[in-house]
Design a protein around this ligand. Structure first.
Ligand SMILES: NC(=O)c1ccc[n+]([C@@H]2O[C@H](COP(=O)([O-])OP(=O)(O)OC[C@H]3O[C@@H](n4cnc5c(N)ncnc54)[C@H](OP(=O)(O)O)[C@@H]3O)[C@@H](O)[C@H]2O)c1
Length: 284
């Protein structure tokens, strides 16, 4: 393919980002920079102007768990090639299964839309804290109700024949406006001090999303977690000191309760020939 045609193909592409928050908004800006037409949603009226000013077509939208949303607004929002489904699994939900309901109620509209590729922001919290190194192909026996619901959401999307789905299981998100030193600073009686951290920086989230869109890895699951896994106590104490914040205090647990997990990033590295930009182990 000659370069002119290639460039035109890229410029004709469009992506809708359902949830332009901490990750979705900078990802939207990145995609604008690549020549995509970008639509973005927020639940906050005052953020519509911010999206507009950045060049993202703004939509005020709140997913509801009760009935399918067939509004003109959602239909317009979904007139794109790609959907990044990026609604957070809020701890404030009355019942964790409300999250599955919110996603299911979107499906009829997505199915009727031109969306052919869906990327879902999942979480490495689906893996139990049992001391193992976890890979995408491992069978998971969910440890919590939240993990069970999140796996159900993933499976529901993967099973839908109307679009190709890529699941990205993000580790703990950190970066600008969300420095990792703030996560546990000043807290007391914190569990699992000797467990390894599983984190990912915003820069890597954005570049991994981009890489996955450049490759055709449909109906597949990828972990997105940085290389370094320092121990929680060591790492969060160092980060809090670095920021001049009160150090976190960890409980003296027995080793059985201290185990945690390591989430493997081999698959994304191999599939996309990806090298991580940031590493929690080598932060100054
Ligand atoms: N935080 C972590 O460490 C972590 C770890 C693994 C995976 N994840 C996942 O990564 C994704 C991005 O996280 P984030 O930290 O960027 O989230 P965030 O900053 O909370 O942004 C979430 C976005 O979704 C919108 N939203 C919230 N509830 C909604 C609803 N009911 N209907 C429609 N839109 C809704 C928010 O609207 P407003 O613009 O009005 O706020 C915001 O734009 C989420 O799916 C999260 O579950 C997060």
């Amino acid at each position: 393919m000659d370069n002119t045609i290639k460039e035109k193909t890229i410029l004709n592409k469009s992506i809708s980002i359902l949830g332009c928050g901490w990750l979705g908004l900078p990802f939207g800006e990145f995609m604008l920079g690549k020549g995509y037409v970008v639509k973005g949603s927020t639940t906050t009226l005052s953020k519509l102007d911010t999206l507009q000013q950045k060049g993202i077509q703004p939509f005020l939208f709140i997913a509801n768990k009760k009935e399918p949303d067939d509004s003109a607004l959602l239909r317009d929002f979904l007139k794109s090639d790609i959907l990044f489904l990026n609604i957070p699994f809020r701890r404030s939900l009355e019942n964790p299964s409300d999250y599955l309901d919110e996603i299911v109620q979107l499906l009829p509209s997505i199915e009727k839309s031109p969306i052919k590729r869906l990327i879902f922001a999942s979480s490495t919290s689906v893996y139990p804290n049992d001391g193992k190194t976890w890979h995408e192909s491992d069978a998971i026996i969910p440890e919590t109700i939240r993990s069970k619901v999140l796996l159900q959401v993933e499976q529901t999307l993967l099973n839908n024949a109307h679009f190709d789905t890529t699941i990205i299981r993000f580790a703990g998100l950190y970066g600008p406006k969300r420095p990792s030193g703030q996560f546990l600073a000043g807290r007391k009686e914190i569990a699992r001090g000797k467990a390894p951290v599983n984190l990912i920086h915003l820069d890597d989230c954005i570049h991994i999303l981009d890489q996955l869109l450049n490759h055709s890895h449909e109906d597949d699951i990828f972990n997105a977690v940085s290389d370094g896994h320092p121990l929680r106590k060591e790492y969060y104490t160092k980060r809090a000191i670095k920021m001049g914040l009160p150090v976190p205090l960890f409980s003296n647990e027995d080793n059985r309760k201290n185990i945690g997990k390591i989430v493997s990033n081999n698959k994304i590295k191999t599939a996309c020939d990806y090298s991580f930009i940031q590493n929690p182990s080598s932060e100054p």
